[in-house]
Design a protein around this ligand. Structure first.
Ligand code: FAD
Ligand code: NA7
Length: 556
């Protein structure tokens, strides 16, 4: 469909007009709606294909689903009163708790009336005549808006690997991010493919109740205890009292996880002291704490990285009874993926009803009617097959919408060599489109980053409205330079030398490039502020008043 056709449609009667359309009703979409509607006074509609609000926490209902950012930083900070009122009783929040929190936020701010659920957006086309986005939904309606904000989620588009025979399996198949309410695993023969963050959680949670659990492991994982447990009243009150200071520090930190990141190099301390520091982190719990609170160079220095690896391998040898299983569970590659933590993952393999198949050594040949056949000829019979195989991260949901910008350029073509952005929030040729957690944004605990991006985008939209500007978009040059900055920073880390979703390496055929800004939230916030203070350096504005265009006149 061309822009001209859509421009004509926009003056017809079948288009519903808004000032801004937000896609997504997770942390990002909820806050964006709040800012645009209640602070800027715009007419806004948010859409989500889900049957409820919550984004990630609506979809990921698998047993054991838990945030591994600590409770006090896995929430919004912008509602000061709510931060004082909202209580939590454990160090981490479970999926039902986060979902209930987000529903509470939506009701408290009366946002639900402007969120349209069960409505997937299939197309968004920028109409150059009207300087508006024309959006098509799977409810059969067309919508238009001056601003389009995509809060589509970073880890949201599911990845189901194309394994031979997938369709012939007669049992139940579930992806962890699309978990059905009525799933029954108790007493069943269950197979799990995938041992990432999600796999570790689901495997540990279901092992005690299933009949038999077969884990199909492609990559062995470094994981440390999460350290979950109840928190005292004093702990919660202390956090509430120090709210301002905590959030100031979080926003100025690199990882935004609510702890002070270490400034000690690993090899600057004696071996015994090093071990004691790792042991303290192991006992306290938390994947990011283990990688970043212990020492300052585990993610960048190979010798330091090996020290952190060795400690985990020793733990596996101590915990896992069967030496052969322990050997299979021991990773040998760099410790440079998203750091994992768990509630007893390695010990789960001591259970008599759990078996481990190393599918690197013994690959999956095909999925059969009854289960999974591996290269050694064994058919692992299953009643239920769980895919904990992750996501087409960062740009996955963008590829699933037909998004067209200036000159009818499609997002798929624009990002043919991998996604890019200027400051994670905007991309050239897609005017008035703003992304929350777009590509090349900070690699952090995410709610503080989401808040930072939403607030900055809201300020920019406010600036547009105040100055009656028609369009804004970044220049191609600013986008290229931001990409180069992200690449240069990532190249200094060991993460760039390891295959994972952080570099798009988990999806066959996906561009293996930089997807994140690894400079930290503090530095990112400074960059955003500098760009804004420098008259939005790197952006170009179109000053024609929207009200003057022929299409706009016809709309009135
Ligand atoms: P999401 O919550 O992903 O919401 C995006 C929404 O957009 C979805 O509801 C989706 O349905 C909707 N959408 C997408 N495309 C369309 C379309 N075409 N039409 C309509 N709607 C659409 N982060 C952390 O910081 N700490 C953690 O401990 C942590 N744990 C996680 C655990 C799991 C299992 C997963 C999957 C993610 C975790 N994350 C964690 C990342 C988490 O995604 C973010 O913290 C945060 O929830 C992202 O919010 P969001 O609003 O940006 O996106
Ligand atoms: P991840 O971290 O991408 O993990 C996916 C797992 O699935 C990982 O172990 C993969 O092995 C495995 N996988 C993927 N495809 C296959 C095939 N074809 N065969 C065997 N194994 C496969 O996703 P998660 O959901 O665990 O976590 C993603 C983020 O979301 C996480 O950081 C949380 O914040 C939530 P591999 O390691 O690639 O060898």
């Amino acid at each position: 469909m061309t822009n001209t056709v859509l421009a004509k449609r926009s003056v017809g009667t079948d288009v519903i007009h808004y000032d801004a359309i937000v896609i997504g009703a997770g942390f990002g979409g909820i806050y964006m709606l709040k800012k645009l509607r209640d602070e800027l006074g715009l007419k806004v509609r948010a859409f989500d294909k889900a049957g409820g609000i919550g984004g990630t926490w609506f979809w990921n209902r698998y047993p054991g689903a838990l945030s591994d950012s600590e409770s006090f930083v896995y929430c919004f900070s912008w509602d000061r009163e709510l931060c004082q009122e909202w209580d939590f009783s454990s160090r981490y929040l479970t999926q039902p708790e986060i979902l209930s929190y987000l529903n509470h936020v939506v009701d408290r701010h009366d946002l639900r009336r402007d969120i349209q659920l069960e409505t997937g957006i299939t197309q968004a086309v920028f109409d150059e005549d009207s300087n508006r986005w024309l959006v098509t939904a799977d409810d059969g309606h067309h919508y238009s808006a001056k601003y389009l904000v995509t809060a589509l989620g970073l880890l949201s588009a599911t990845n189901v690997p194309k394994i031979k025979g997938l369709d012939q399996f007669k049992g139940h198949m579930y992806h962890t991010a699309n978990w059905p309410e009525d799933a029954v695993l108790e007493g069943k023969r269950v197979g799990v493919i995938g041992t990432g963050s999600t796999g570790c959680q689901v495997i540990t949670a279901i092992a005690p109740t299933v009949g038999h659990l077969t884990v199909f492991q492609r990559s062995a994982q470094y994981t440390v205890p999460v350290g979950n447990g109840p928190v005292s009243r004093e702990y919660v009150e202390d956090i509430k009292r120090n709210y301002d200071e905590i959030w100031k520090e979080v926003r100025a930190s690199r990882l935004a996880f609510g702890f002070a990141e270490s400034d000690i190099p690993t090899m600057s301390v004696e071996a015994a002291e090093r071990k004691a520091i790792f042991q303290r982190a192991w006992d306290f719990g938390g994947g990011f704490r283990y990688m970043f609170q212990t020492f300052n160079d585990i993610a960048v220095n190979e010798e330091a990285n090996i020290a952190a690896q060795d400690f985990v391998r020793e733990k596996i040898a101590e915990i896992v009874n069967d030496p052969e299983t322990a050997r299979k569970l021991m990773p040998r590659d760099l410790y440079a993926k998203r750091p994992l933590c768990d509630s007893g993952y390695y010990a789960t393999f001591n259970r008599p009803n759990v078996s481990l198949v190393d599918v690197k050594a013994n690959p999956i040949e095909e999925i059969t009617i009854k289960g999974i056949r591996t290269a050694d000829g064994v058919e692992h019979e299953l009643d239920v097959l769980v895919f904990a195989t992750g996501f087409d991260a960062v740009d996955g949901n963008y590829k699933r919408i037909d998004i067209r910008g200036r000159g009818d350029v499609s997002m798929k073509d624009h990002w043919a060599d991998g996604p890019s952005s200027y400051l994670s929030v905007a991309t050239a040729n897609f005017p008035n489109m703003f992304m929350i957690l777009g590509p090349n944004g900070p690699f952090t605990n995410l709610p503080p980053t989401i808040e930072t991006e939403v607030e900055w985008v809201s300020d920019l939209i406010g600036f547009m409205e105040e100055n009656e500007l028609a369009c804004v978009e970044p220049t191609a040059q600013s986008e290229q330079e931001w990409g180069a900055t992200c690449q240069a920073i990532a190249d200094q880390t060991l993460f760039a030398k390891t295959d994972s979703w952080i570099f798009g390496a988990n999806i066959p055929g996906k561009s293996n490039k930089v997807y994140f800004y690894m400079g930290g939230l503090g530095a990112f916030g400074e960059q955003l502020a500098a760009v804004k203070n420098d008259d939005y350096r790197g952006f170009k504005f179109k000053a024609v008043s929207v009200a003057d265009t022929p299409v706009q006149k016809a709309l009135r």
